[in-house]
Design a protein around this ligand. Structure first.
Ligand code: ZN
Length: 244
């Protein structure tokens, strides 16, 4: 008799535990769904690449790197060689934190219309410096002003990266205007042009990330964006978006 009673008690206990576990699982799932609903989370992830030209610049670039790290966002930096030479530790930090580092020539000269020697010197010197700081690698080029003729492109042995969203942040130097311009035009696979030498642009970039994240956007490097779309980057070819 005693054994029978004990058995019943155990059964009741097991049954209660089961109910508690099932109830908990149900509530967790429900809560997660409600949370996603409240955040307006869409099913599909959209990828974009934020790119920053003309740096690095100690204070503004550091603030940007801190903000990107807090948000788990990656970006691409097209560095001016002579500026990178002055703060190699910032360049190393970019790479160590998962960002892509590229070149924006040695001294920010306009390559379009320049002679062959200037083109090769300006790109080669920046390339050499990045190799010195970061080691062997392919340091993609963003030509200053995004301009390069067909024959000039053929001189270069790395992929060339333009953009599809340009809020002209260098002109307005106004955080709200930059945010508005990007939010109005950004879409899946956009490459966004910004400059991390302006505090207003750094602030705008972080606000943009905070506004786009709940919409399902994730921030990756240009290299990652092309790879996600199955694009194999070719030397001397100019890319404007993640799909080409
Ligand atoms: Zn530039």
């Amino acid at each position: 008799m005693g054994g029978d009673k004990m058995g019943k008690r155990w059964l009741t206990l097991i049954w209660l535990c089961l109910l508690a576990v099932l109830g908990g699982a149900y509530n967790r799932e429900e809560a997660a769904q409600a949370g996603a609903w409240e955040a307006g989370m869409p099913e599909q992830t959209k990828y974009v690449a934020l790119t920053f030209d003309d740096g690095p610049q100690p204070e503004t670039t550091e603030r940007l790197l801190d903000g990107l790290r807090q948000r788990g966002a990656s970006a691409t930096f097209f560095l001016v060689g002579e500026r990178a030479a002055a703060c190699p530790e910032l360049v190393r930090r970019m790479k160590a934190e998962g960002h892509q580092v590229g070149s924006h020539t040695w001294s920010h000269v306009r390559l379009q219309g320049a002679n062959v020697q200037t083109i090769l010197e300006e790109t080669g010197r920046a390339q050499q410096l990045l190799t010195q700081i970061l080691g062997e690698g392919s340091y993609w080029l963003r030509p200053p002003y995004g301009l390069l003729d067909e024959q000039e492109r053929a001189l270069l042995d790395v992929p060339l990266i333009k953009w599809s969203v340009d809020p002209r942040d260098w002109e307005s130097r106004d955080t709200a205007k930059v945010v508005e311009a990007v939010m109005g035009t950004v879409q899946e696979n956009s490459i966004v042009l910004l400059h991390d030498i302006y505090p207003t642009s750094v602030e705008a970039a972080l606000q943009i990330i905070d506004m786009l994240t709940p919409q399902g956007y994730r921030f990756v490097t240009v290299e990652e964006l092309l790879a996600l779309n199955g694009v194999e980057p070719q030397a001397g070819t100019m890319y404007r978006t993640g799909t080409g």
